[in-house]
Design a protein around this ligand. Structure first.
Ligand SMILES: C[S@@+](CC[C@H](N)C(=O)[O-])C[C@H]1O[C@@H](n2cnc3c(N)ncnc32)[C@H](O)[C@@H]1O
Length: 180
């Protein structure tokens, strides 16, 4: 289920808030459990030298930076995000890596040719889009025949919290499932 929230369209928040959201994504990527998830995603994408890989809804670009080294020499990692401020932040975090490119684009209307990529990834995006099937359709269109598509998102309804205050946990978990 998708929920309309600030992540659905960070273009609607102030540039300052978008910068804070990008910093949050960077901080999250540094947490050991999330670093483990991201390393697993990188391994599933399994980019190789010379390949072109696309991340849709790339946010601050943490995953793009993790995947990009495997594509050298000759390859390219492209990240797209609907929010211009998020792409500006991704470019700042990436500094001047020539194998990394960030563009503003909506996942529902990717500006790429059919079969342009060897692999296409969307991580933690589907919860925030109104029409996930349209996004998957675009990912299928821009991946080459025999290429890889990787989709990852949270299942908040299966969240388990270990805390001695069970009343608090009973209140908290439905909120996580509906507001995330
Ligand atoms: C929760 S963040 C995840 C960022 C990154 N994939 C990660 O895992 O760190 C979701 C990102 O998707 C972007 N986004 C939301 N709806 C989008 C859409 N329709 N098209 C492209 N990007 C979108 C948001 O701007 C945000 O940066």
């Amino acid at each position: 289920m998708s929920h309309s929230n600030a992540w659905s369209n960070p273009s609607a928040v102030s540039a300052e808030d978008a910068t804070r959201m990008a910093a949050f994504l960077e901080g999250r990527a540094r947490c050991p459990d999330q670093a483990q998830v991201n390393a697993a995603l990188r391994d599933v994408v399994s980019g190789r030298a010379g390949e072109r890989v696309l991340e849709v809804g790339c946010g601050s670009g943490a995953l793009c930076r993790l995947i990009s080294p495997a594509l050298r020499p000759g390859g390219e990692m492209v990240g797209v995000d609907v929010a211009p401020d998020m792409i500006a932040a991704a470019r700042r975090y990436a500094k001047t890596d020539p194998h990394l490119r960030f563009d503003v684009a909506s996942a529902e209307h990717l500006p790429h040719d059919k079969g342009a990529f060897d692999a296409v990834l969307a991580a933690r995006l589907m919860l925030h889009v109104a029409d996930p099937a349209a996004v998957v359709g675009e990912m299928v269109r821009v991946v080459r025949p025999g290429g890889r598509i990787v989709l990852m998102d949270w299942d908040w309804e299966t969240l388990t919290v270990t805390h001695p205050d069970r009343g608090w946990v009973t209140c908290l978990t439905p909120v996580c499932a509906t507001q995330s």
